[in-house]
Design a protein around this ligand. Structure first.
Ligand SMILES: Nc1nc2c(ncn2[C@@H]2O[C@H](COP(=O)(O)OP(=O)(O)OP(=O)(O)O)[C@@H](O)[C@H]2O)c(=O)[nH]1
Ligand SMILES: [Mg+2]
Length: 962
């Protein structure tokens, strides 16, 4: 039953004219036009890929495989024009063939085969119809032209040329009916009634559905799912197609295989063999009738065939409507998308090698439609069964070896694939070797299961070896951006799309480069490392470098270097212990901690090895209970001081600008952790950006207090210069905010007031300053004798008031009088890093300046926990009971009824305090929570009422009316 095809559509298709259709009466089956082994084993998936054969299918052609030397009628090889197309890919008015390589040696065979096929399509009774009964439409002339038997009849074949590759054509003498002769009907142009007829013809039953879309889909899918039927109806034996049960033997005269009939298959033969277009007009008419759903074919099927049919029908379980819709969507998506992506242009710049597949419907002798696909590779065609995505049995693993064994059959498919890949393979060059190319190219075009495990392994080994050994070559390839798709995987995204992800494994040389880059430029400067060290590695981004460094850090910190190689899971190349040791060393130098190490581990590590807080570069993460910045001129001993106080190594040398980045360290003092930052030295003009001064000052601005390190042997002018530089960026050292109340208003003018005499400013000056800032309505109240600068600071409103300790280092090189003089200055500490003098005093002063408040918690009925205090500070949230509760958990404040406080802030022990009570250092606090209303009382005393417990909380009733 040749019913429908080409869903792609030909506008000329019209069912009403179908009985008058005159088409090439040489229907041939897929098994005829293609090799039977190819037909059975080679399947094309919806996306155009070949699907491996199953064991069942291989067994079916086993006899044929053994009989390799027998004649097998195969489709002519490449270089043929399918159908009546001219060699340049455009339709020609005459069916002209070059007659060179595509011409069969025995044209009569094809005629016979075609007739036989047609007869098989019509009925078994006509199977042995001889060629003399047919009226050939096309006859071959001596010059290789095909002449129409009727005068003026021309092979009017507006060939469907897709992507420059002629797909199929039919020789006919009736131009308007060409599309019908071709066996294609455009479903889009059919009316509902016609669709109903087609549906009936397709499924053998009627439907009441009037939705055209549904009908079209259903018809198309019904045919698509019948694809495997051909293999169940026939068995290939001794170069003959034998119907199952062995009762009906279809044999053509020369032993050419004859199976089911198809009009499109004739088209194939029309290109491949000159006489494929012959046929009978009568048979053609019959055939056309069958396309309209004539069920006469079914009556011709013998009982055995019907049984076979039933068995096959069981296998072809019809999907549900929902499944049909989903499947059709998937298929259409993949059909439209993947095939386009598989288009490769040929190397020589000629006609691009286009892999094109198109579904074609055929009719089997038993009336069931067979769907094959016209696959063309570079202009030559092969017709293979069109199968659904899922095959029933396990794919045969040695399918490729089977292909090699059968050069006459599967060789064609491999030839076609190889031809398409020829240009691509040539480009690949001989770097990786022929084997890799084979594995890669075949695996790219044929589905993965076709590549054997050994090939995969070989491919992997070679790839790995080529990466490790030929790094220079790799670089060359990578720099050009022509890297293989093997490293690209498609990862499904949350939105349902696909994202291409690169997963090229890191090589040892790359890791070494990365470690060197970090050692040279510092961790965190990934873009610089990428630019300078990984310029030739186009596939490594700065983010990749960062991620790899993080993983290296984890690996180096997580375990001892000795047992690293054994426990690493995902690395393609094990990292030597020496590199991991170097990573760890760099991490210690640069004060980094891998992100997966918990704070407790980190604390343990830092306490033993003197490590530091997390962070890198100038952007150092805040860590600990307070942050202190070391700021000063170059070579005053900042790095030396950091190393002494924290144990973190920071390079110190007698030349200036030894330190170029921010290096954090941790001081463990009084049970708290204080982050100490070593910064590059700043010079005059730092506030204007000189010598990275802005970054340095910005980091110091983010700290709680500043340690201004000064060289005691140098002039006092350094202190003023630094103070000025810091003030220029809004830092106010050891000052408290001016006691000036200032509020902008919309109207009302300026109201000026003061609580005391003003010696530095007067009302007029204040007005002038405010006018300078274009403020004409404001409220101004001086609560102290403030200066003009104080007023400007208040108006600006972006000043930061910080505590600063002036640390005079190198007192070992000055006299005692000068030391005494310096030590008596406010906020000053004199130290000597070389002699480790007065460092305790410095820490105490620092602690004092930071104003940290340690609060110990006391559970009810237990001793206070003095090991882990809650550290509060005025700068970081405040020191009240509420701040203390918030520090533990945000929701705790709601549950607190009152707190019991022991310590300096309490007047008696314990003192019942509320949330506003301000705590002092080393206070002990016990929180008393409110009792829950629910569950009050036990047993029969449990309260079941929802009324408030206290009478005052109850809602008062409305007074009674008189
Ligand atoms: N005499 C003496 N020399 C010291 C003292 N502390 C540090 N130095 C020396 O001062 C020099 C500079 O020390 P660094 O720690 O590198 O100074 P820095 O402030 O970090 O310098 P930069 O990183 O360039 O900003 C080194 O040669 C130290 O040995 C000290 O207490 N006495
Ligand atoms: Mg330094």
């Amino acid at each position: 039953m040749e019913t429908v095809v080409g869903v792609e559509g030909n506008d000329e298709a019209n069912l009403d004219h179908m009985p008058d259709v005159k088409t090439s009466p040489t229907p041939s089956s897929p098994t005829e036009i293609a090799d039977p082994v190819v037909y059975t084993l080679v399947r094309v998936d919806g996306d155009g890929r070949l699907v491996p054969a199953t064991d069942d299918e291989v067994m079916q052609v086993e006899d044929l495989l053994e009989d390799d030397k027998s004649e097998i009628h195969t489709v002519a090889d490449t270089g043929q024009n399918v159908g009546c197309a001219s060699s340049d890919g455009f339709p020609s008015s005459n069916c002209q063939f070059d007659g060179s390589e595509g011409q069969p040696e025995k044209p009569e065979e094809v005629v016979e085969a075609a007739n036989g096929q047609h007869d098989a399509g019509v009925g078994l009774g006509e199977l042995n119809a001889g060629p003399e009964e047919t009226v050939p439409l096309i006859a071959k002339s001596d010059d290789g032209h095909i002449d129409q038997p009727e005068s003026g009849g021309e092979c009017s074949n507006p060939l469907a040329i897709e992507n420059g590759s002629p797909v199929s054509a039919v020789c006919t003498n009736s131009k308007p009916d060409f599309s019908k002769l071709k066996g294609e009907i455009c479903l889009d142009n059919l009316s509902v009634r016609e669709l109903h007829e087609t549906f009936k013809a397709t499924f053998g039953r009627e439907t009441s559905v009037k939705d055209k879309q549904w009908l079209k889909r259903r018809i198309a899918m019904g045919l698509t799912n019948s694809c495997d039927f051909s293999t169940t109806a026939f068995v290939i034996k001794d170069n003959k197609v034998v119907m199952k049960k062995g009762k009906e033997v279809i044999e053509n005269v020369d032993g050419a295989l004859v199976g089911v009939s198809t009009v499109d298959a004739v088209n194939e033969n029309c290109g491949g063999s000159l006489f494929g277009c012959n046929g009978q007009v009568e048979n053609l008419q019959k055939y056309s009738g069958e396309r309209l759903g004539n069920s006469s074919l079914e009556h011709d099927i013998s009982g055995e065939d019907q049984q076979t049919d039933q068995r096959a029908a069981k296998r072809l379980r019809k999907p549900t409507r929902r499944y049909i819709e989903e499947l059709s969507e998937v298929e259409s998506k993949e059909y439209g998308g993947k095939l386009i992506s598989s288009v490769q242009s040929s190397e020589d710049g000629q006609l691009p090698l286009i892999y094109h597949a198109r579904p074609i419907r055929h009719t089997q002798s038993n009336g069931r439609p067979v769907v094959t696909r016209q696959d063309s590779l570079g202009g030559s065609g092969v017709q293979v069964p069109y199968v659904c995505r899922v095959r029933r049995s396990r794919p045969r693993e040695n399918f490729m070896s089977l292909m090699k064994l059968q050069p006459s059959s599967m060789g064609m498919a491999t030839k076609l694939v190889k031809k398409a890949l020829g240009a691509r393979g040539a480009r690949q060059g001989n770097q990786i070797g022929n084997k890799v190319f084979k594995a890669r190219s075949v695996s790219a075009w044929i589905q993965k299961p076709l590549v054997t495990e050994s090939e995969k392994e070989e491919h992997y080994q070679l790839r790995k070896a080529s990466e490790l050994e030929n790094d220079a070559e790799l670089k060359h390839v990578d720099s050009s951006g022509d890297y293989s798709d093997d490293y690209v995987v498609s990862v499904p995204t949350e939105k349902g799309g696909m994202r291409r992800k690169h997963h090229r494994p890191w090589t040892l040389s790359e890791v070494v480069k990365l470690v060197e880059g970090v050692a040279r430029y510092g961790a965190g400067r990934w873009s610089e490392i990428k630019r300078l060290a990984f310029a030739s590695y186009s596939y490594r981004t700065s983010v990749d470098l960062k991620d790899k460094w993080r993983n290296l850090l984890r690996a180096s910190f997580a375990q001892s270097p000795a047992d690293k190689g054994s426990s690493r899971k995902h690395a393609s190349v094990p990292i030597p212990a020496a590199i991991l040791l170097r990573v760890r060393e760099l991490a210690e130098i640069q004060a980094q901690v891998p992100p997966n190490i918990s704070s407790s581990k980190f604390a343990a590590y830092s306490s033993t090895n003197g490590s530091s807080g997390a962070g890198e570069g100038f952007e150092v993460t805040k860590y600990g209970h307070g942050r202190v910045a070391l700021i000063g001129f170059p070579s005053v001993g900042k790095s030396t001081l950091l190393t002494l106080l924290t144990g973190t190594h920071s390079e110190a040398a007698s030349y200036e600008f030894t330190t170029l980045t921010c290096i954090p360290g941790i001081i463990h003092y009084n049970g708290t952790k204080i982050q100490l930052l070593d910064l590059p030295g700043i010079i005059e003009g730092a506030s204007e950006g000189k010598g990275r001064g802005r970054q340095v000052i910005a980091v110091s601005k983010s700290s709680d207090i500043v340690l201004m390190v000064l060289d005691a042997s140098k002039s006092e002018g350094h202190r003023q210069i630094l103070t000025k530089e810091l003030e220029a960026v809004g830092l106010r050292l050891n000052k408290r905010p001016p006691q000036i109340y200032f509020k902008r208003k919309k109207t009302g003018g300026i109201s000026f007031n003061s609580t005391g005499p003003l010696t530095h400013v007067d009302e007029k000056l204040c007005y002038q300053i405010l006018h300078e800032y274009k403020i004409h309505n404001a409220e101004l109240l001086f609560r102290e004798d403030a200066t003009v600068d104080d007023l400007i600071d208040v108006i600006e409103g972006n000043r930061k008031y910080m505590k600063c300790i002036y640390v005079y280092n190198k007192i070992d090189v000055i006299g005692i009088d000068d030391v005494d003089k310096l030590a008596r200055q406010p906020n000053s500490v004199v130290i000597s890093c070389n002699l480790k003098l007065n460092l305790d005093r410095l820490l105490a002063k620092m602690w004092e300046a930071m104003g940290l408040v340690r609060v110990y918690t006391k559970p009810q009925g237990q001793q206070p926990d003095f090991s882990d205090p809650v550290v509060l500070s005025a700068d970081r949230g405040g020191c009240s009971v509420e701040d203390f509760c918030n520090h533990i958990h945000r929701s705790l404040v709601k549950e607190v009824k009152y707190v019991l406080v022991w310590g300096m802030s309490a007047r008696h022990y314990p003192q019942h305090c509320g949330l506003s009570h301000v705590l002092q250092d080393e206070d002990v606090v016990q929180i008393v929570k409110k009792k829950e209303k629910e569950g009050e009382g036990k047993g029969r005393f449990k309260s079941h009422s929802n009324d408030p417990a206290r009478i005052s909380d109850r809602v008062k009733k409305a007074p009674l009316k008189n």
